[in-house]
Ligand binder design. Structure first.
Ligand SMILES: CC(=O)SCCNC(=O)CCNC(=O)[C@H](O)C(C)(C)COP(=O)(O)OP(=O)(O)OC[C@H]1O[C@@H](n2cnc3c(N)ncnc32)[C@H](O)[C@@H]1OP(=O)(O)O
Ligand SMILES: O=C([O-])CC(=O)C(=O)O
Length: 370
């Protein structure tokens, strides 16, 4: 038995949800470029869960369900009030999602209908949790979700208490479309491993949030912003990046396990970053990002991934840095739950092997002889 480090290149399941073939990403066979251009996040979530684009009335049906489920139990709000104010936002989200299960009578109902309903419920509730956490830590009261608006709109509204402008809603909605699913990425794999034991959907999503949090995965968008803040201004970019590369340090937001010729989502986020920069009259983050790309691609051949330009996009939308990865979670929840439902449909325990590298056969030594 020989181990493949990081399971690189190992095909661990079949799936009909999303594909990455020759660098092209599709959700249910539809190219991400088309979805980014034309679809709303709610349409994409429907597509991932049901395997087809919704008709107008199916979409309205989903929107009404999302509206109906968006409030979170009062007990979860009370728990959030007890979190330390400087708690990591992904730790807060992971804990709150785990708590939601305690107040859902159907948490352990394994019927297909109950699991689909829980997927939709979680989708509706994730943004409510994050906005409530963000307000409570600032000493503000959480704002109840609003009916009749998109998830992107509702999130920005619950965060600030003000009606968001249309451009911000559109940009966030497109970012949610771009992050919704990505084949067998680490957090989706974590969700599938968890539910393949026939554990419940809340456990699967809690595992996934834990995996997304790390800076080699979803946490990279926040790490990109940390880097931009450390650099500070355009004229510092070159020396900062050269120092990092000379010290063999990683540049966050670059490289990818599967894409070697570039992540097809990055160009959409780059365009969004440029357009938002122009609209707000502040192009500095965009220009710094372009310069970083030029240097990293030029010297290492590494291309930006989905996390790179999302940092400047979210900052231009005035979203606090530590909410970037939770926003990724709002979007990816649709993909995680689609994969969880697919796993339940055709389940087998996921249990690979390990190549043993410990000491050869040894004898037990009694404690007084050690
Ligand atoms: C939504 C997402 O999860 S997208 C990914 C988000 N993560 C990041 O942006 C973090 C930065 N990037 C990385 O750490 C990696 O590129 C990963 C984790 C995404 C992919 O990792 P792997 O496929 O395991 O590649 P690995 O880390 O082995 O890198 C291969 C080589 O490229 C180098 N490399 C990879 N990414 C980077 C980077 N961002 N900066 C500098 N060098 C890099 C490695 O140092 C390594 O070099 P070596 O062969 O000389 O040792
Ligand atoms: O697929 C991966 O390994 C990481 C990624 O880009 C994602 O999850 O969107």
């Amino acid at each position: 038995m020989t181990a493949t480090k990081g399971l690189e290149g190992i095909v661990a399941t079949t799936s009909s949800i999303s594909s990455i073939i020759d660098g092209v990403l599709t959700y249910r066979g539809i190219n991400i470029d088309e979805l980014a251009e034309h679809a709303t996040f709610e349409e994409v979530a429907y597509l991932l869960w049901y395997g087809k684009l919704p008709t107008q009335s199916e979409l309205e049906g989903l929107r009404s369900e999302l509206d109906a489920y968006a409030a979170i139990p009062g007990q979860v709000i009370e728990q959030i009030r007890l979190y330390p104010k400087d708690t990591n936002s992904m730790a807060a989200l992971r804990t709150a999602v785990s708590s939601l299960a305690l107040y859902d009578d159907a948490a352990n109902d394994m019927s297909v209908e109950a699991n689909l309903k829980k997927a939709i419920k979680l989708q509706a509730q994730l943004s409510t949790i994050i906005a409530a956490f963000a307000r409570i830590r600032e000493g503000q009261e959480p704002i109840a979700p609003k009916a009749g608006v998109s998830i992107a709109h509702n999130f920005l509204y619950m965060l600030t208490g003000e009606e968001p402008d249309e451009i911000a809603v559109k940009a966030l909605d497109q970012a949610l479309v771009l992050h919704a699913d990505h084949e067998l990425n680490a957090s989706t794999f974590a969700a599938r491993v968890t539910v393949a034991t026939l554990s419940d959907i809340y456990s699967g999503v809690t595992s996934a949030i834990g995996a997304l949090k790390g800076p080699l995965h979803g946490g990279a968008n926040e790490a990109v912003m940390v880097m931009l803040e450390e650099i500070g201004s355009f004229e510092n970019v070159e020396s900062y990046i050269n120092d990092k590369l000379n010290n063999k340090e990683k540049i966050m937001g670059f490289g990818h396990r599967v894409y070697k010729n570039g992540d097809p989502r990055a160009k959409h986020l780059q365009k969004m970053s440029r357009e938002l920069g122009k609209l707000t009259g502040n192009m500095e983050l965009y220009e710094m990002s372009v310069k970083i790309e030029e240097l990293v691609t030029g010297q290492k051949g590494l291309k930006p991934n989905v996390d790179f330009y999302s940092a400047s996009v979210y900052t231009t939308l005035k979203i606090p840095r530590d909410l970037f990865t939770p926003i990724f979670a709002i979007s990816r929840l649709s993909g995680w739950t689609a994969h969880i439902l697919e796993q339940y449909e055709n389940n087998r325990l996921i249990r690979p092997r390990a190549e043993y590298t410990g000491p050869a056969s040894q004898s037990y030594v009694p404690i007084n002889e050690r």
